[in-house]
Design a protein around this ligand. Sequence first.
Ligand code: PRP
Ligand code: URA
Length: 214
Amino acid sequence: MMKKKIKNLIIIDHPLIRRDLTLLRDKKTPSYQFRSILRHIAGLMAYEVTKDLQTKEIIIQTPLEKTKGHLIVDRVILVPILRAGLGLVGGFVEYLPDARVGHIGLYRDEETLKPVDYYFKFPKKLKDSLILILDPMLATGGSGAAAVTFLKQKGAKNIYFVSLVASPQGVKAIHSMHPDVKIFVTALDRGLNHKGYILPGLGDAGDRIFGTGE
Ligand code: PRP
Ligand code: URA
């Protein structure tokens, strides 16, 4: 059966991404490997996420003659949601070395599942930049929606949300408040368990990156 397309949800599918995501989902994958695969898959995602960046023509000199080249003109700001979003930054800056990086500190209260904020630091010119919010997990969507709301209050206009694995509830939560935000994922999973964990998911991303669950 054909899955219905959801507006502003882009599911990035590629054999290399499928392979990496499988390793990330596997509970046998240790922390050191989880971190390096996360960085790798983030680089693969960066390719698709940056597809519509604006470029301008420039003239350069090859060793033989002059020719046209291209420069990226869009200003990009990466905003990882602490902690787990940090795991995606390395893969993105590899392809966007000029990107600025802001940080949002949010954690999900284990009882209420509501986001609790504890840190914000952003570069200037949010309004004129493409903002890529990075967080591997989009579960209830509480953290993601709060991050978008906060960035909009600070003036951001052009925001993408980049996540590895999302639940249908998480996508809906962001789009019901912020339909303009493009969400990029590598998988749209089945749903959530009673503790708000994505099923089948990959577990607690922060704990798996930083080894705090062991
Ligand atoms: C995780 C994840 C998201 C959030 C997703 O962070 O990285 O930020 O949960 O859940 P939600 O969509 O239901 O809000 P967590 O709260 O575990 O904090 P951590 O990254 O510091 O471990
Ligand atoms: N946060 C995670 O790290 N994993 C989930 O499945 C849900 C929220």
